[in-house]
Design a protein around this ligand. Sequence first.
Ligand SMILES: NC(=O)c1ccc[n+]([C@@H]2O[C@H](COP(=O)([O-])OP(=O)(O)OC[C@H]3O[C@@H](n4cnc5c(N)ncnc54)[C@H](O)[C@@H]3O)[C@@H](O)[C@H]2O)c1
Length: 379
Amino acid sequence: MTSFTFATAGRIVFGAGSVAQLPQLVAELGERPFVVTGGSPQRHAAVIGSLPDAATFPIPSEPTMELVREAAEAARRADAGVVVGLGGGAALDAAKVVGALVANGGDPLDYAEVIGRGLPLTERSLPVIAVPTTSGTGSEVTANGVVTSTEHRVKVSLRSASMLPAVALVDPELTLACPPAVTAHAGLDALVQCIEPYVSPFATPLTDGFCREGILRAGRGLRRVYADGSDLAARTDMSLCSLLSGLALANGKLGAAHGLAAPLGGLLGAPHGAITAAVMVAVSRANIEALNAQDPAHPSLARYAEVGALLTGERSAEAFLAWFAETARLLGVRGLAPLGLTDADIPAIAEAASRASSTKGNPVRLPIAVFEQIVRAAL
Ligand SMILES: NC(=O)c1ccc[n+]([C@@H]2O[C@H](COP(=O)([O-])OP(=O)(O)OC[C@H]3O[C@@H](n4cnc5c(N)ncnc54)[C@H](O)[C@@H]3O)[C@@H](O)[C@H]2O)c1
């Protein structure tokens, strides 16, 4: 595709130690900062302490409709002028949704895709500074916030170009304390988020460059960072992989692995990356099979082979699939049954995944029966 639009955060600040710039960045954007952080704010006491006039709102889990409603109310009461998201993707997404809700008013379900009213967010969000402390989601440069509806048992997005953070402040040192399981799930998801936009029909020359670099960085850093979380060079590779994945997915879209993660995440409440990593090999196999059957010259087939070259040096889709399966195994991914999925859940999951917004970027349309086969293969 040689005509495209590309949008990202207003500014990207990257590097070890860069979080020291946060007070200055906040001062440039507004008064009365409102910090949305994860369930253990003490983990980031030094960073929060650098903003003495900030109100802090910890979210103890991935965001739910109830939590973002409550957080937006607290931000309104605090008369927040700028929102800081400090934490994993959960805190970043919640911060972005809070910024949008404070500016636009109303309830998250007014704007939510699929299960909500899907109204447009017409007002520009409060400025958001997104400071990731995991390397996995790229949420610091994406235009959506994922929220779980416990009532509908599904994860859906609020989405608008106006939700792109004003600043993405990415400091790999903030990820040094991530425990192995968080490092594994987040890192595998960052890699999946570089691969899906690379084989997507919405790929562009810009996103292609980000995907290739991100896949290379994950090939170099992912197993290393899991083996030794104090390896700052590997942490830096994975922070970059995550950032690049966000730049890619926000502009090149995702695919069926993320389409499945929407209903699976809502049902199982398991870490997002544990789910996308568990289904990625089966999704890719199904895509490759369908593409070969429908159009053996389809450009996405060559791209799967190139992913193999970037990860292993061998230009083949089989090399990619073998590397990914082995890496997921080494990093403790055990499939969907250990996360609580049963056979009886499969038809509803397959049906919901075929409708999910992320599935739109899949390189080929998969029938519901194939989604069922994928989930069975990933059990
Ligand atoms: N908006 C997007 O584009 C996008 C993309 C992918 C995923 N997501 C969303 O992001 C969320 C997942 O994000 P995640 O993988 O970062 O997980 P997370 O934010 O849920 O964090 C996982 C766990 O790690 C802890 N943690 C975070 N930073 C830490 C650190 N430095 N040291 C120790 N522990 C730390 C958190 O407190 C939490 O317990 C999901 O809600 C998912 O839907 C959003």
